[in-house]
Design a protein around this ligand. Structure first.
Ligand code: 13P
Ligand code: SF4
Length: 305
């Protein structure tokens, strides 16, 4: 007997009082079942004060860990145990220690794309959508920022009064690193009227060609409010699916077809179904680390509003 997997997922969600959250890069088949889809900041905000028994997180593991840290008494599940963003492991606690000692007067701001242990050693977390707002509110003039060097470059452009010190040797997203200025120029030649939207994880040479550098949800907002009909999009291609569904009368052109986050694409409706059925895979964060990481995440949420 075959089962209707979509109906099964809907019914398990109801039966188990589940909140299903999905990142903007998830496949549309997963996004359409989610209670909320958003960027990494919006997803963290959604997980503070939630009324449900189980949170199922369709996104990267670092995002699900944030949900655990903010909801220590709730069960947080991720449908695949392999959604580990490589960037999140590029800033180790050992490197944090070395550079915190080298720059004793600097505040430490870490991207949410980090492990819980790294977050527990930071003063504040940042995402691509709130980074400049948060950094400009910090008291210290020197700010250590990592792991993503391109995001650090972007923040420096937007906050010239601060000295942004990227953690040396570390930090990039292999998906966003694929974009080159020729990718953008090629598309622009074919579509001269198109507005260029670039994620701050892309190389500075690509950011410099953008009409707007913004987070994934920033791109959705720009597509909604802009008068342009065509957009060249330099971020993971999953966002383009969402843009095409939400704005069917507008045209979205990927800067590259191969900008695919293979980790985030490991989540499917099949493992989502199994996750709901078998309560797998449970995300856990040791309580001593969670307690300290929570301070950096809560400070981020407070400074974002
Ligand atoms: P956003 O915060 O823009 O959703 O980005 C998260 C991410 O992992 C980008 O690669
Ligand atoms: Fe990590 Fe890049 Fe995937 Fe985002 S797109 S989750 S930064 S690997």
């Amino acid at each position: 007997m075959s089962i209707d997997i979509v109906e099964e997922i809907k019914s398990l969600k109801k039966q188990k009082n589940v909140l299903l959250l999905a990142h903007n890069y998830q496949d549309p088949s997963v996004q359409q079942l989610a209670d909320f889809t958003g960027n990494s900041l919006e997803l963290s905000q959604k997980t503070s004060n939630v009324d449900c028994d189980i949170i199922v997180f369709a996104g990267a593991e670092f995002m699900a860990e944030t949900a655990v840290i903010l909801n220590p008494d709730k069960t947080v599940l991720i449908p695949s145990s392999a959604v580990k963003c490589p960037m999140a492991y590029m800033l180790s606690p050992e490197k944090m220690n070395i550079y915190k000692k080298r720059y004793p007067n600097a505040s430490v701001a870490v991207y949410v794309n980090t492990t819980s242990e790294t977050k527990s050693m930071a003063d504040v977390c940042i995402t691509s959508s709130n980074a400049t707002r948060i950094i400009s509110q910090l008291e210290n003039d020197q700010i250590l920022v990592g792991p993503d060097r391109n995001l650090a470059w972007y923040i420096q452009q937007k906050t010239p009064d601060k000295e942004i010190i990227p953690f040396p040797d570390v930090g990039h997203c292999y998906v966003h690193r694929k974009f080159t200025s020729s990718d953008i120029e090629r598309q622009k030649l074919k579509h001269p009227e198109a507005e260029i939207l670039v994620h701050p994880e892309a190389d500075p040479s690509v950011q410099k060609l953008a009409d707007k550098v913004c987070s994934t949800s920033g791109m959705i907002e720009e597509a909604r409010s802009s008068k342009a009909d065509e957009f060249i999009i330099a971020t993971e291609i999953g966002l383009i699916d969402r843009l095409r569904i939400e704005f069917p009368s507008k045209t979205f052109l990927p800067a590259r077809q191969d900008a695919i986050c293979i980790q985030q694409k490991k989540i499917t409706i099949y493992n989502l179904y199994l996750s709901l059925l078998k309560d797998q895979f449970k995300i856990q964060v040791p309580s001593n680390i969670a307690k300290r990481a929570r301070l950096a995440i809560e400070r981020m949420i407070e400074l974002s509003s």
